[in-house]
Design a protein around this ligand. Structure first.
Ligand code: CA
Length: 225
C-alpha cells in the first residue's frame, strides 16, 4: 500500500511518514501543493493525506485537479482549523475523510485503515490463493491452517503478490507499490524479501506459490507445477 503525504509543516509530515513506514506502508511526501499535485497525478497512490493550507496550491484546488484528471485515489484531508465550513467543503468535494490537527497518530491510522478497507473491493475481508489466506481485519496470514508470522514489509509484499496472482510482476512494479520513491533500484532488497517470504510460505510445502520468471520478475501461483 502506497501513501502520499502532502503537508508543508515538515515536522508533521515527517512524523506521519515515520509512523506509517513503521506500519509497513510505502510513503512519499510533498511539502507544497504543486509538488503534491505532480506526485498525485502519477496515480500510483492507494491513499493521499492532504493538508488544506499549502503553499503554491491549496488542498482543495489540488483535490479538484486530480479528480478532473480521473485520479481516484482516496483522500483524507488534514487541517489545522476546526472550521466546520472547511470540513463540509472537503466532504462536498468528495474527500473520503477529514482530520483536524492536532490528532493522535493512532486515530489517523484507524481512519487510514477504514478508508483503505472501504476501497478494498468493498466487503471482502480475506484474500485466498490456494491454501494461503490473508485476513485484512486481523492482519493474519495462514497456509494450510497454520499461522505464518510476517513483518510489516513482508506482509505488504505478499499482499501485492497475492492481489496480482497469476500475472508477472516486475521488480519495478514491486518497488513502486511496496517501497517508496527513494527506493534504490541498485540494491537487491526485493530479492532478499522474496527469499524471506519463500522461506516462510513455501518451505515445507509441496506446491510452491512464489515463482521466479527469469529476466522479468516474479509470479505468484502458476498452474503448472
Ligand atoms: Ca499547512
Amino acid at each position: 500500500m502506497r501513501i502520499l503525504v502532502v503537508e508543508d509543516e515538515k515536522k508533521i509530515a515527517d512524523f506521519i511518514k515515520r509512523g506509517l513506514k513503521e506500519e509497513g506502508y510505502a510513503v512519499d511526501s510533498a511539502y507544497d501543493g504543486e509538488q503534491g499535485l505532480f506526485l498525485a497525478k502519477t496515480g500510483e497512490y492507494d491513499l493521499i493525506l492532504l493538508d488544506l493550507m499549502l503553499p503554491k496550491l491549496d488542498g482543495h484546488s489540488l483535490f479538484k485537479e486530480i479528480r478532473k484528471e480521473k485520479i481516484f485515489s482516496p483522500v483524507i484531508m488534514l487541517t489545522a482549523k476546526d472550521a466546520t465550513k472547511d470540513k463540509v467543503d472537503g466532504l462536498d468535494l468528495g474527500a473520503d475523510d477529514y482530520m483536524t490537527k492536532p490528532f493522535a497518530f493512532e486515530e489517523l491510522l484507524a481512519r487510514i485503515r477504514a478508508v483503505l478497507r472501504k476501497k478494498e473491493n468493498s466487503g471482502s475481508k480475506v484474500i485466498q490463493v490456494e491454501d494461503l489466506i490473508m485476513d485484512f481485519s486481523t492482519h493474519k496470514v495462514t497456509r494450510a491452517g497454520r499461522e505464518i508470522p510476517l513483518t510489516a514489509k513482508e506482509y505488504s509484499l505478499l499482499e501485492y503478490l497475492m492481489r496480482n496472482a497469476g500475472t508477472v510482476v516486475t521488480r519495478t512494479m514491486i518497488s513502486e507499490h511496496v517501497w517508496d520513491i527513494n527506493f534504490d533500484t541498485f540494491t537487491n532488497v526485493i530479492d532478499v524479501y522474496i527469499n524471506y517470504l519463500r522461506n516462510k510460505i513455501d518451505t515445507g510445502h509441496k506446491k510452491k506459490l512464489i515463482h521466479t520468471v527469469r529476466g522479468r520478475g516474479y509470479v505468484f501461483k502458476i498452474d503448472k507445477v
